[in-house]
Design a protein around this ligand. Structure first.
Ligand code: E4P
Length: 217
């Protein structure tokens, strides 16, 4: 499973990229707002750090507007994936952008039928928002299973990008189902390495090692 980080925070992106764990980045208008920067500057900086797909979202809601904005965003770098909303205009833009050879991430997916439409529109990525479904008291992870089954039934090549990931358990669950990508907030991505028994075990090894009085090298 590929790891994307769900942020527009340059410092966090640099740090995770240096760890060698980053396969891509997803941003959205809310994350751009949080970054405090200009969308074009911030996205350009991200693309200079990360080689994998960097999702940048259009804000127009009509087909023509989306295509106009997509052109501006795509000019930033070759690794831009244009993010379009899961609406008829978004799906139409998806098909047209794919015909131009662009990567497209269809976002704000909350149902298996929506994901089916995105695959039929040739999306590179479909982004089901599992955390926001959980927030409604419905199991968001179940949606990933449904989409996996549908895509496998028909051999759709669209990659399932589990989004709105909130917990380390979400990461494990979507990996077990076979999501192609999880886009994860920086803090959750960093928390994946943590286990109290690892810390405890390391502490004990170091204590015993100190008693040997030895040094390696
Ligand atoms: C995905 O691409 C979205 O940017 C993101 O995962 C949304 O997450 P949220 O529901 O935590 O805002």
């Amino acid at each position: 499973m590929k790891f994307f980080v769900d942020t527009a925070d340059i410092k966090e992106i640099k740090e995770l990229n240096d760890l060698g764990m980053l396969d891509g980045v997803t941003t959205n208008p809310s994350l751009i707002l949080k970054s405090g920067g200009n969308i074009l500057d911030v996205t350009r900086q991200i693309c200079e750090i990360v080689q994998g797909p960097v999702s940048a979202e259009v804000t127009a809601t009509d087909y023509d507007g989306m295509m106009r904005e997509a052109k501006v965003l795509a000019a930033i770098a070759d690794n831009i994936a244009i993010k379009v909303p899961l609406t008829w205009d978004g799906l139409r833009a998806c098909r047209a952008l794919r015909a131009e050879g662009r990567m497209v991430n269809v976002t704000l997916c909350f149902s298996a039928n929506q994901a089916l439409l995105a695959a039929k529109a040739g999306a590179t990525f479909i982004s089901p928002f599992i955390g926001r479904i959980d927030d409604m008291g419905i199991d968001g992870v179940e949606l990933i299973s449904e989409i996996r089954a549908i895509y496998d039934n028909y051999d759709f090549k669209t990659e399932i990008l589990a989004a709105s990931v909130r917990t380390v358990n979400h990461v494990k669950q979507v990996a077990m189902i076979g999501a192609d990508v999880a886009t994860v907030p920086p803090a959750t991505l960093k928390a994946l390495v943590k286990h109290p028994l690892t810390d405890k075990g390391l502490e004990a090894f170091l204590a015993d090692w100190a008693k040997t009085g030895q040094k390696i090298g």
